[in-house]
Structures are given as structure tokens and as C-alpha cells.
Design a protein around this ligand. Sequence first.
Ligand code: BGC
Length: 733
Amino acid sequence: MRHALAGLLGLTTILTPIATMAEERASARVETILATLTLDEKAGQLSMDSPIAKYDPADFASGRSGSVLNYFDPTYIEALAKVGRSYKGVPVLHALDIIHGFRTITPVPIAEAATFDPALAYAAAALAGRETRAAGVTLTFSPVADVARDPRWGRAVEGSGEDTRMAEAFTRARVEGFHAGGIGTTLKHFAGYGAAEGGREYDAAEISPSRFANSYLPPYRAAIDAGTDMVMTTYVSVDGLPATANRHLMTDILRDQWHFQGVVVSDLLAVEELISHGVARDGKDAALKAFRAGVDMDMGAGLFRRYLPELVREGQVAEADVDRSVRRVLTMKEKLGLFDRPAPNADAAEKQFLLPESRALARSIAAESFVLLKNDGDVLPLAAGKRVAVIGGLADSQGDTLGPHGGNGRNADAVTVLTALRQRLGDRVSYAAGCDGLCETADGFDAALKTAASADVIVAVLGEPRGLMGEGASRADLGLPGRQEELLAKLKATGKPVVALLFNGRPLVLTGPTANADALMLLWAPGIEGGNAVADVILGDKAPAGRLPFTFPRAVGQIPMTYDALPTGRPARPDLHDTAKYQDVAIGPLYPFGYGLTYTHFDYADLALDKTDLSPADTLAASVTVRNTGSRAGKEVVQLYVNQPVASLSRPVKQLKAWTKVELAPGEAREVTLRVPVADLGFVGADGVYRVEPGPFRVYVGSSAATDRVATFEVNAGPVAARDGQPGETQRK
Ligand code: BGC
């Protein structure tokens, strides 16, 4: 018997004609242009070319190529726009990987997630959009909606962490932010990239239908609902079918169920890679399979340009289907204003970059994203008047401060930790690198220890250089790179207080010498104003305000490890041998999802629900009183998790459903109310249908996923609406 969810994994026939989908309409201008294009020119509109594919301006002038990617230099963008306008009046679409800024490079997306404040992601995207548009480019390959469940995967840095609800909120905010900044967006990478096995970049993914529908699909759906202009396929295969050939994903889910009307572009060279995936015989077969699956545009491989006309002539592809894809592309060009916009001007654009308010935003987002994990003896904020030894290759590395996927950012614009501390503390700061970012030799350790000996406190800036974050940057070992931990141990052995500040694009395993630092704070890749933000926080002008968007394991062997695990028949217990745990590592994570300290402490009291019998149309309201018990102001992220103890399928032990960030003055207490519509408490069941199952629920409120502050409520049976009855359906805001 065919499993009801089999279709989710692309098990439907892939050669069904696609002309059955609802007709899409285009403007008179688009229809007029379409009517003038030859078959070759249409295939050109469905081809995006890249520097890797040896871009030749003549391709645009002759209509052989309709789109281009990743030429970042504004002077070049200007020249390209002029060439691109000359062919039959169809402008060239130019898209860029604008992941965290065009020229004003803000913190990486995972750092934005650590702020737990999607409004900041919106603001950063709007800023990036304004600069990108000023340069003359109107589309970004962003946001990344991939839920990352394995920290070994380098691209964790580009997303919003391990949690589905967080990814929904941040993905939506980024789409809206880029749009507010004046550029279009590309949702990527559809779908399941974050599940690449073992966190190995580009590897196959195995995702159960239920996990796919409940954990992976919702953030993509959020971006569709927010109006993303384009969708990019992912490189990975799920259950043996690469996304770029997966008609069920690209057509049944994306078009028919989610009603996406924009353009589907392959990831770079992904059409050609169908051959190495072993699902296409050659380039022509790959073009046929990708096109029939629902890919409109081939990025980088040139196979649509080469084979689509031939496939139409042979009757394997209907010209009407080609027309529909071209119509989508031209409509997107029109919507992005390409037909009407004056050519960009590089000099004028320059004046829009790096505005003081843009740098100020980058600085405040960075400060908001730092996660304080440890602060023994309140070594932070640093006491006034102390001599500070700054150690570590990342302390003065401008490129690493900007981070990976740096747009058109210039290293010279970045303020490093060392520069900022020197500006603030003058000659009370001394510096020795000890080693470079990868720290492969100990040659500089003695000099570093000598520098440390003359100071009152050591600030070690270590962690991952940007080459270990992002695409292609999978890691098998999640400790500090190279010999950094050895350096840290030697610094600790001086007896001076050690503050370890870590660059990181993913969860790290922070046991061993790292755990012995007196203070430990994550900086992620903090962006252009990273150094100033660090100075703001460690000197006490601001307090750390970030929380972990990831579970931090104790050992790589515990991975995959996420807070929203399913229950087991034998939950882990230290006193029982045969329970769900490892015999050689302590139970649970080193730091739970949602965790983070600041310079004060918070108490929670009086968790109460406004009602405990709810119908499916109700909204759960949970209130709690949060009190700042310390002597400094601080921000707390109040988090609400839900668990359904009995359902038709095991439900996660906890699932984040709502959160809010509050700032409290010393001694201040505030009642905080978090709300969750009951309609949000459902899941896609074994029949592929989303529904809320009635019964008892638990609600947890606290400062991390480890909270055990709990109340219970009951969802009554009643008219429970199944939304569209489709897999991947989830609550829309
Ligand atoms: C990446 C995409 C990116 C594209 C274009 C690919 O390798 O997976 O995220 O947008 O390149 O640069």
C-alpha cells in the first residue's frame, strides 16, 4: 500500500505534463515581449550565468542569457546594466548573495537569531536591501530557511538555528525586510538542505515524512506567505531524489498547495549535478528532468539554454510550459522594476554605503547577539583601570570580523576587537596574536604568555575563522580549531582571569580548557562594527542579551542533538544503565537551547494560565512574573514551550511556541504574558494532514529549553479544522 506521505518525498510520477497548473497571468508588456522571443531567446531567459561559467557580455547583448549572478562591484554592475538593456528591451536580472549586508556587513544570520528579536533581522535586511538597490541590484539569494539540525554543517551560520518556529519568524522577517529595502528575495534552499547527513555539505538527506512536514517545511512556507519572489532548489537529495528533480516538491507542494507564483531557480550548477547524483544520464536528460520537475531557471550550468529548444522540437517539452516559465521570469523582472529603472550610477551608490546610522545598527545588532555562557566571579564587565592583554589571531582580523558570505564588504571597513579596545583603553591594552585563526603552530605562544604576564586580565579572542563557516565548511571536530585550546590552557595557567570571546558560526563543543575560562562569550561573526560592540559589552556600557538558537552538545558523538527530541520508552537516567544515553558522556547538552546569561539575574514566579480548558479556536495565554534580582539593568528572553504527552504520534518533549524579550531595571518585576493560538499546537500526522489533536498539554515557561516550570491545560475535542489537508501546512500569522 502506498503510504499517504510518500508523495512528500517525490514518489509521484515525474513525467506528468505540467500544463495542468492554474494559468498564471502576465501584463500586456510581458505578453508582447514574450511574443517576440524565439525559442532560443526564451531558453536564454531561463538561464542565469555566473562568473564560474565564464560570463561573456556578448551573451546578454545577444539574448543568450537573461540573468547573471554575483558581480558585486558597483562599477561592474553599472556596466552590466547598460549591456543588459540592449536586447529586445528585456533587462538583465542581476542577483547577489546578500546574506548579511551589501557593504555595511551586519552580524551573520545565526547571530541575528541569537538576538531572539526578528525585528532586528528585519532592520538588517532592510539596510542590506537599501544598499544593494543603490548599487543597482534588485534581487538577493536570501533568506536561508533551512532548519539546521546538525552543527557540523557549515551553513548553520546562514540560517536561524535548530528550531522551526524561530526559523519561521526570522525567515519571514528577512523577506519583509529585504522588500522594505527595495529588493526581491530568494527563499533557499528548497528543501531539506539542513538535514544533509552527518552535517556533510552536499550529502544526501534522510528525513522521515513527519519530520519533513513538521520540522523542515514550515519556514519555507513562511517565506512563501511573506511573498518571496524566487525560490532556489537545494543540492541535496531526500530519500534518493535530488530536490532539483523533485516534481512533488517544486510543483505539487510549491505551486499547487502553496500557490507560489514566482520563479524557481536551481542552485548553482544543480541541474548538471543531477548527473552525478545518478538520476540523469547526461546534460539533456538533466535539463528535461529539472524542467519537468518545475525548475524555471537553470543557474550556472547552461543546460536549459543548450537543450530546451531541442526538447521542445522533439516534443518532450511543451512550448507552452517554456512560455509559462519565461512569463514568470519576465513578470519578476517587471515587478522588480527592471524595465523602468534608470541604469545605476556607481558614484551615487557609493554615497549610500556605510552611513553612520547603518554602522550604528550593525553595532547594536552585534551587541544584542552576544551570548554570555559563563561569568565566574563577575569578571565581566571588566573593572575600570585594569591592564588588558588581548590575545588571539581573531582579535585583529578584519576579514574574520566581517564573517563569511560578506557581500561587497571590505575588510578595511571592519573594526576589530583590538582596534576598539585600544580606542577605548589606550595604552592599558597590550596585544599578541599567539597564533593565527587556524592556530596550527605554537610558535607565538611564548610571546603571548609574556604579554599576558604584564596584564591584570586576559581577553582571548579565539574560535572559528570565517573559512570554517558557511558553504563547504563542514567540520567533524567542533572544538576550537588547531591549537587554540592549548593556548587557552596556558593562558589560564598564568593565574590571571581569562575572558574567552569566541567567533563561531555553529554550536561548538566547549568542554576542556575552554570550560576553564573565567568568562566565556560567543560573538558569532559580529560584522563591520563587531569590535565596537564587543567593547560596549565587555566594558559594561551594554549587557549581553543573546541566547542560544542551538543546543550545544558536550561531545560530537551526541549529535544529532536538539532540544525538541521525541520522547523515548526509556528516558535517560543517570542511575539506570539501560536508558537513552551514552555511557561515556554526561546526559544532556552542555548548554541548552535558549540559554544565555547577562550581568544580572532573573527570578520567575506565579506561572498562570488564563484558562485551562481550551477549544481549538482559543488562544492559550500564559503569564509569569519576571523579576530582575540584580543591581544592573538587563534583558531576559522569556520562552514558552509546549508538550503534548499523548497523541497519535510521539510529540517532541518540548517545542518553542512563543517568546519575548523584556528589559528590566534593577529590582523591577513585570508580568509577562505569552500567547499561542491553539491552532498552532497541531502537527502533520501519519495521514499527511495537519490537525490539532485534543487532550492534555503541558506548557513550560522559563529562560531556556531546560526549564521545568510547568502548567497544564486541556484542548477539548471539537471542530478541529484541518488546514487544507496538506502536508507542510502550518499556522500562518
Ligand atoms: C549556494 C547558494 C548560492 C549560490 C550562488 C551556491 O553554491 O548553495 O546558496 O546562492 O551558490 O552563489
